[in-house]
Write a protein that binds this ligand. Structure first.
Ligand SMILES: *[C@@H]1O[C@H](CO)[C@@H](O)[C@H](O)[C@H]1NC(C)=O
Ligand SMILES: *[C@@H]1O[C@H](CO)[C@@H](O)[C@H](O)[C@H]1NC(C)=O
Ligand SMILES: *[C@@H]1O[C@H](CO)[C@@H](O)[C@H](O)[C@H]1NC(C)=O
Ligand SMILES: *[C@@H]1O[C@H](CO)[C@@H](O)[C@H](O)[C@H]1NC(C)=O
Length: 350
């Protein structure tokens, strides 16, 4: 059980000293999954102190109303995002113009692939490639626009503008505070699209329908993430982390409701199916797959789309693994929480 417990600690993103191995504490754009400990509106004890969620009865969110840990609320004063806002926030004592809450600037709470918030004077533009505006802008609309044109970065600004850029552009970009990119996207109220003179920059590989991953760790997002995946998707990603004999997967997000929308994991050599998940078969938090080349494929039908998935992978070095431990760990995977119906179906022999 040790491995699983260690795994769950990672999964919960707590400050266990394992942070270096976790790509980020947040996998959603709006930090709804943040469960960290920051209890001031700015990091390192700067900013205003947060009120305890068990002392905010006069406000909408408090532990009297939500006693079961909903959205990570509890007898603590850490920043949370219980209401689907654009980022974690907390109630504060000091009120300015009747505002009794503030967004938290949490450096660790960025989804992988989000490069950050930068100043953009427009002269010259922070990202120098193609650009456009849209009244229906979402983060993925901009990412797709830039990916199609062969750029590496997509930047959203002022809620409706999209700029593309390459590696060289960012060398000169001046970082801005995370909470300065606080403008809601015109096309989706739960996403942030930069700010006034502030550009929020993403790697265009987020939400791509294919990819070759050769780094020792990383994150794969479903097609069109952070938007919902589209109908009739047919995407695949190849993980080939160097020097590994197994790949560890952790699902940070799994939002698939349709039983016909399916994620398959295959051995890249034999094409043997190792596991598959769909709207009725959800993965447990952790999986260890005994292969050095893993292929993920995702297919959706025309009905019932959803946000999809975010899955973090990590290579496990050959030396650390014996055949026996694979077996034990896969068996443990099958005993992870949730009802047996909703668990992973692990196929084939170990
Ligand atoms: C914030 O959290 C730290 C430890 O995480 C604690 O030492 C400090 O007292 C807390 N501050 C407030 C205002 O609760
Ligand atoms: C809220 O929780 C904190 C930490 O457990 C505790 O010290 C405090 O007394 C609680 N406040 C109320 C009003 O229950
Ligand atoms: C991924 O790698 C394979 C084999 O190395 C190659 O054939 C393919 O073109 C690559 N795809 C992309 C998108 O880079
Ligand atoms: C999905 O794409 C693969 C190639 O990438 C192709 O072989 C397969 O037939 C496609 N499946 C569907 C249902 O279109």
């Amino acid at each position: 059980m040790f491995w699983i417990r260690g795994f769950l600690l990672l999964f919960l993103g707590s400050s266990t000293g394992l942070q270096g191995e976790v790509p980020s504490e947040c996998f959603t754009v709006n930090g709804a999954d943040y469960r960290g400990a920051q209890n001031h509106t700015s990091p390192d004890g700067r900013g205003q102190p947060c009120l305890y969620w068990n002392q905010t009865q006069k406000h909408a969110y408090n532990t009297a109303k939500y006693p079961n840990g909903e959205w990570g609320l509890g007898s603590h004063n850490a920043c949370r995002n219980p209401d689907g806002d654009v980022q974690p926030w907390c109630y504060v004592l000091e009120t300015e113009e009747g505002i009794y809450w503030k967004y938290c600037d949490i450096p660790s709470c960025h989804m992988p692939g989000y490069i950050g918030c930068f100043l953009d004077s427009g002269n010259p533009p922070a990202l120098s490639g193609s650009s456009g505006t849209s009244s229906k802008l979402t983060i993925q609309v901009c990412i797709r626009y830039c990916r199609k044109r062969g750029y590496k970065f997509a930047g959203v600004e002022a809620g409706c503008a999209c700029f593309c850029g390459s590696e060289g552009d960012l060398r000169w970009a001046r970082p801005a505070g995370a909470v300065e990119c606080d403008q809601v996207c015109f096309g989706k109220a739960s996403e942030l699209c930069g700010g006034d003179g502030r550009i929020g920059v993403y790697d265009v590989s987020v939400g791509a329908c294919q990819g070759n991953f050769s780094a020792p760790s990383g994150v794969i997002y479903s097609p069109d993430f952070p938007d919902d995946y589209g109908p009739d998707s047919n995407c695949s990603w190849v993980l080939r982390p160097p020097g590994s004999s197994a790949v560890e997967l952790r699902f940070q997000i799994f939002e698939i409701r349709d039983p016909n929308d399916r994620l398959e994991l295959q051995d890249g050599h034999s094409r043997r199916l190792l596991a598959q998940f769909d709207g009725h078969h959800r993965p447990g938090p952790g999986l260890l797959l005994p292969t050095d080349v893993l292929v993920l494929s995702f297919r959706s039908d025309p009905l019932l789309q959803a946000q999809g998935f975010a899955v973090a992978y990590r290579a496990t070095p050959a030396a650390m693994m014996s055949k026996k431990s694979f077996k034990t760990r896969l068996e443990e995977n099958q005993r992870l929480p949730e009802s047996s119906e909703s668990r992973s179906r692990l196929l084939g022999e170990v």
